[in-house]
Design a protein around this ligand. Structure first.
Ligand code: AMP
Length: 413
């Protein structure tokens, strides 16, 4: 299957060839014909499957084949996404695929001054990507009208609900014309999401990529049982003994993320934190440094990590286990993107055992356990050198590791 066989027009084919895309990913092969036919779509697909191109390419094709732009362009396509980073990334994709068309796009998000965004809007845009808060702000100030929107995309809907955007979305829906093509994407499909999708979609087709709520198969996963206070030591040990190129470490809190960066720095490992307390400019600088390979280790909170698209991300570390099992799936979806394979490891302390249980129930598998020397209380680790009988450290090896499941040997709660 090629993009040409899917009926993609020449100017977009040229842009795709420039991006080096030789063939459509499975979600693209499934979604593009549905969308070109003008149908609504409910897609359950994680980021990393090629979902952005799956929805932008057919929409851009509709625009390119439609009436030539009027003197004052009106917003015809509205793409809503939960985070600034994702919004920027989607708009980058739109610009890349629309490079050889006459289509104009823009992105708006909060956390920065609105003046330059307003200027861009005044010049006229065909495709607008936005986060909900800033968009509503600019609508209320009269800078944006949604009256001419004929394509609406709600991306990462589950994350949107987790972040409390449900009221904003409902307000936006009221401002959209009834006559439109609607697309709804979510990595997970709990009942709240299905309910929301019914309010947005008309007669829709469903496209399922990573089967609902299962873990990305390409990702090699493992769990380390470790007391809370030894987590940093274990992380330092892993980063020093394994040659990972790009590592994304998840921390549950912003404060925790800063603390990890500090401890890594004390151990001689350079890293940077990305979370909501950082300014948009700081976040973008760190992200660019990570993408360019200047920073190898990025420590992020869940929300900040949503927009990170690094094709070579080799390792995801969950320093804290999330209390919502779906978040585990989102996090490991950050590696093993498109065609790359990746590794994901998670640390689990005594208090997090119940989270692990929920995660394993959700993904319907038991995570392999890696034995290591830091799974002891601090005191015994300190005495380790004087105890030759201790099991040797077994560092994480993406393709060869796996010990027996220590949960079968040890009793745990
Ligand atoms: P997404 O799921 O949209 O975040 O895309 C994940 C990554 O896959 C991005 O880096 C895209 O540039 C890349 N990608 C999307 N479609 C293709 C394709 N057909 N061939 C190769 N890479 C792709």
């Amino acid at each position: 299957m090629t993009f040409k066989e899917l009926g993609i027009i020449e100017p977009i084919l040229k842009a795709l060839a420039e991006k080096g895309y030789t063939q459509p990913t499975p979600i693209q092969a499934q979604a593009i014909p549905v969308l070109l036919a003008g149908k609504d779509l409910l897609g359950s697909a994680q980021t990393g499957t090629g979902k952005t191109a799956a929805f932008t390419i057919p929409i851009l094709q509709h625009l390119a084949e439609g009436a030539p732009p009027k003197k004052q362009r009106k917003i015809q396509v509205l793409i809503i996404t939960p985070t600034r980073e994702l919004a920027i990334q989607i708009d980058d994709n739109v610009k890349a695929y629309a490079k050889y068309t006459d289509i104009r796009s823009a992105v708006i998000f909060g956390g920065v001054k609105q003046a330059s965004q307003v200027r861009t809007l005044k010049n006229g845009v065909d495709v607008l990507t936005a986060t909900p808060g800033r968009l509503l702000d600019l609508i209320n100030q009269g800078f944006v009208s949604l009256k001419n929107v004929n394509h609406f995309v709600l991306d990462e809907a589950d994350q949107m609900l987790d972040m409390g955007f449900v009221h904003d979305i409902k307000k936006l829906l009221k401002k959209l014309p009834q006559e439109r093509q609607s697309l709804f994407f979510s990595a997970t499909m709990p009942k709240s999401i299905i309910d929301l999708s019914k309010q947005i979609l008309g007669n829709f087709e469903r496209v399922n990529i990573a089967p609902q709520q299962t873990t990305a198969e390409r990702v090699d996963q493992a769990i380390y049982f470790v007391p809370k206070k030894n987590k940093t030591k274990l992380l330092v040990h892993l980063l020093k003994t394994e040659p990972f190129e790009t590592v994304l470490v998840f921390s549950r809190t912003k404060h925790g993320a800063n603390k990890i960066v500090k401890k890594l720095s004390q151990a001689g490992i350079q890293s940077a934190a990305i979370h909501g307390n950082k300014s948009q400019n700081q976040r973008q600088k760190v992200l660019n440094g990570f993408k360019d390979g200047k920073i190898n280790v990025l420590v992020a909170t869940d929300i900040a990590a949503r927009g990170i698209d690094v094709s070579q991300l080799s390792l995801v570390v969950q320093f804290d286990l999330p209390n919502i099992a779906e978040t585990y799936v989102h996090r490991i979806g950050r590696t093993g993107r498109a065609k790359a394979s990746g590794s994901a490891i998670a640390f689990c302390d005594q208090d997090e055992r119940s989270y692990l249980k929920s995660i394993e129930k959700l993904i319907e598998q038991r995570l392999p356990v890696v034995e290591h020397e830091f799974n002891e209380e601090e005191a015994s680790v300190a005495q380790e050198s004087s105890k030759p009988s201790k099991p040797k450290s077994r560092s994480y090896q993406p393709n060869t590791r796996r010990t027996g499941n220590s949960r079968n040997k040890k009793k745990s709660n």
